[in-house]
Design a protein around this ligand. Structure first.
Ligand SMILES: [Zn+2]
Length: 280
């Protein structure tokens, strides 16, 4: 992680904030209230120091100039299309910025984020992202990344009604129910929270594997190469420590009991199960 931090510091250090021509702000919509432009006082009262997004537009222009200088073919290349290596499914939390914290290159990730990094079969959004990533982009890896101090996980572990978001958080309550025996044995509430974060990531990984298109591709690739893809990885980031870790899960042990329920493509010639011995 120290390497990551060094990389971030060095990238921040080289950004020239004033020396690059900034693109026109013609694309920026004016801040208005009932059809009238906001007064300077009203603008100043808005939260944040950049109500017109001036810094953001300038920063993007600076970034583009730096990228052109480092790699003159960069925009020509990415203009032709994306070719990410990973589908990343993570939480919306602002502290968990995947490309930065994993020290990846621009364009390495196909990203889907939602509150609590959930994968539910009834969510057309995440299911569309998975379908597109595995079928069209043919990503070889799917990452589910949770994080400690997750507000969604904390909320789902409280005896209170969160209103409309409760319908979403109930998916995490279901994870807590599945693992209630283990969780209730953990005396410290913060340790219990951290374990539920990990179990939530684990269950979302399994939810991906319940998906027909993922099973189909894994079976197909296993038949052709002896190696099942896409591979599925569960990660957890600790914002307070700046540490990213891979979950150590006995996937076969976790799925064995339910193979007969979720196995959509029974094929004794391949593996006797759509849930192969290892997810990754
Ligand atoms: Zn979160």
């Amino acid at each position: 992680m120290s390497f990551v931090l060094r990389s971030i510091r060095s990238s921040v250090r080289v950004v020239p904030r004033v020396s690059v021509q900034v693109p026109s702000r013609a694309y920026s919509l004016p801040l208005v209230n009932n059809g009238k432009a906001l007064s300077p006082e009203a603008k100043a009262s808005l939260k944040g120091s950049d109500p017109d997004l001036k810094d953001i537009i300038e920063g993007s222009g600076n970034w583009a100039a730096i990228m052109r200088e480092r790699d003159p073919d960069f925009f020509n290349r990415i203009g032709k299309g994306q070719s990410p290596n990973y589908l990343y499914i993570g939480c919306c939390d602002a502290r968990v910025d995947p490309t930065v914290l994993m020290n990846l290159n621009y364009g390495d990730l196909f990203i889907h984020r939602n509150v609590g990094n959930l994968v539910t079969g009834s969510d057309l959004n995440v299911m569309s992202a998975i379908e597109f990533a595995v079928n069209r982009l043919q990503v070889p890896h799917i990452i589910v990344c949770g994080h400690y101090d997750c507000g969604a996980v904390r909320g789902a572990h409280k005896q209170m009604d969160h209103g409309i978001i409760e319908n979403w958080l109930r998916n995490i309550r279901d994870v807590a129910r599945l693992h209630n025996t283990e969780l209730t044995k953990i005396p410290d509430s913060e340790d219990r929270h951290r374990r539920l974060v990990e179990l939530n990531v684990q269950e979302q990984c399994l939810n991906i594997l319940k998906t027909g298109s993922v099973q189909r591709l894994r079976m197909k690739s296993f038949k052709e190469t002896g190696f099942a893809t896409p591979r599925i990885h569960g990660l957890v980031f600790d914002p307070a420590a700046g540490e990213l870790k891979k979950l150590d899960v006995d996937w076969k042990g976790e799925t064995k009991e339910f193979d007969a329920i979720y196995n959509l493509y029974p094929d004794p010639d391949v593996n006797k199960s759509a849930f192969p011995k290892n997810l990754n």
